[in-house]
Each structure stands twice: as structure tokens, then as C-alpha cells.
Design a protein around this ligand. Sequence first.
Ligand code: NCD
Ligand code: ZN
Length: 356
Amino acid sequence: MEIEERDGMPVRLSMAQADDWHLHVRDGAMLAAVLPDTIQRFRRAIIMPNLHPPVTTVAAARAYRGRILACVPPGAHFTPLMTLYLTAATTVADIEEAAASGLITAVKYYPAGQTTNSDQGVADLRRCDAVLAALERHDMPLLVHGEVVDADVDVFAREELFVARVLAPLLADFPRLRVVMEHITTASAAAFVSAGPPRLAATITAHHMLLNRNALFEGGIRPHHYCRPLLQKEEDRRALVAAATSGHPRFFLGTDSAPHTRSTKESACGCAGIYTAHAALELYAEIFAEAGALARLEGFASHFGADFYRLPRNTGTVCLERCASAVPQTVSFGTQPGVPFRAGMNLQWRLAGTRT
Ligand code: NCD
Ligand code: ZN
């Protein structure tokens, strides 16, 4: 990695091409509209399976992968890494087929009813023990959305409780199962992963490192800052920045960029999800520069995820430069507009090219 400074300030960096280890690209016109933002910035991405209906079979994942690849322009290099959506109906045979196919990178657990398209998720993960054992046998990672499903638990406490009630016993009962706790939001989750075994990792979004929960109510209710798991307290935000910039190899980049049209966000019952794909690397560069840890961005964005997933590190490079650039008020999400993260405001860094 190379960092150029001017007057003691970093102004340009080049590093190994990055990957996004947690991404929603949807389908149809929205897929075609949002995918270019990711292709410009990342060489690979873990594609979330929470379509409507969800991607639950190898055949559905193969077809979805085909639709994604059809949106990759000739000459561009982008590899979608496919996942299956765990439901109560997922069988051991499904996992065996997934492992044999060579097409499925991981299986995703959604706690039923907690987030976008999670109604077919699983209420009690431990009803899936046979499937979990199959994942363990086939060395296929389980990706978890870490929130307990209980409606009577405070919504800001659901991640912390998930770690104690679900994740810790899961790791104890399946001693070789590889787990990625997705989009962690709390100091306690960061501490748990940091102290955990090498088979446990976590992704961290840019928005959870840039905002705390005050941003949900700044001057009024702010639907474009609503995502699950929720933004948390300032001390949690700081702990996430500390974890990401620490150089600990089991924290890596996952944007959780999750496009929803403007009208479905600005609604009496708005959807959860924040769109960051248009600025993903730029935002992480801002966070790492602010923390005085730009030299550790490459590990977090380009090395550690590949190492955990046992995939080769990328050989291309990506360059970023410090330069204010404006984010539009809206972008096209296909047939309807969407509101991107930082709409109408500035990014501090911009993309300055990639070389594959
Ligand atoms: C995601 C989405 O919109 O698909 N929403 C979100 O708030 N993060 C789903 C998810 O990852 O929880
Ligand atoms: Zn997500």
C-alpha cells in the first residue's frame, strides 16, 4: 500500500483492490441501477440472498448469479459470491448440494421479522442444528444477522443479547463452525469477536462507524439513517472504529449497502437499509484517515476478508484521493429514485481509478 502526503496530510492512496463482504444488490431494474457503484469499487462481493422470495436453493442462486453477471459490462472484473438464505425448511441435503456445487460461498441466518425480507427467516436458530452441523462438516461459513427476535426486548439491546444467548452457545456447541457476525454495531460485539476464536469474524459498515443513534432523530425523524441492526451509542461507534482500525484480521469490510426506493423509506412504516455503495470506499477512507490509521485500510478492505474466506487476495489496485465531491440528493434505483447516504453533502475522498 502507498500513501502520499502533503503538508503531513494524506492526500492519495493506492492499495490492493477491495472486496465487499456484505452487500444487497436486489434484482431487476434496481440491480442494473445499483451494481455499477459496486463494480467500480470492488473486485468481489458477498451477495445477500434476501430477495422476495429469498434465494434458498442452489438453482435460485445460480439463476440470480446469472442475472448479476448480465449487468457486468464487458471488460469489467467483478465476481459475485453467492449465499443461501436459511429457512426452517432448509435441509441437510440442501447444504450438501450447496457444498458440492462450488457455487455457494456461505449461508445467511436472518432472525425472523427483524429486517428487510426476513419473514422467512428463522425464529429459533437451534431448530436448525442438523443444518448447522452440515455447515460445520462442509466448512461452509454461517453468516449471522445478530439480533434476538423477541419483540419484548428493547430494540437497541437485541444485538448484545444475541451474542450472549445465541452466538456464544452456538460457537460452543459447534466447535468447528465458521461464523461471520455481520454488520456489528456494539462495543460488546466487537469485544466478543476480538477475543473469539479464529473461526469467528465480523463485518463492519461505514455508516455504523460514522453515525451514532442521534442521527436517527436529528431535527426530526430521519428514515434514511434507519437500518437494522440500528445505529447505536457514541461509545459503540467509537469501539467499532477502534476495532476496524486496529489491524485485527477478523474485522473486515462489509458495506451492507441496502437500496430502498425513496417512497418506501419515507413512509409511515419505512424500510430498513442504508444505501452506501456509491461512496463505499471513500467513506471507509475518511474513517481510517480521521482515525490516523489509513495504513491499516488495506488489511481491512482488501486482505482480511479474503483470508477468512480462504480466497486469494486481489492482485489489482485501487486508488483514492482526498478531494471533496458532492453526493447528489437522489440517485436512480431503476424505475424510482433513491436517497444515497450523505445526500446533498460532501465526501472527503474520491475514487481515482483501478487497475486489474
Ligand atoms: C437490509 C436490507 O434492506 O436488505 N437492511 C438493513 O437495514 N440492513 C437487510 C439486513 O441486512 O438486515
Ligand atoms: Zn445486510
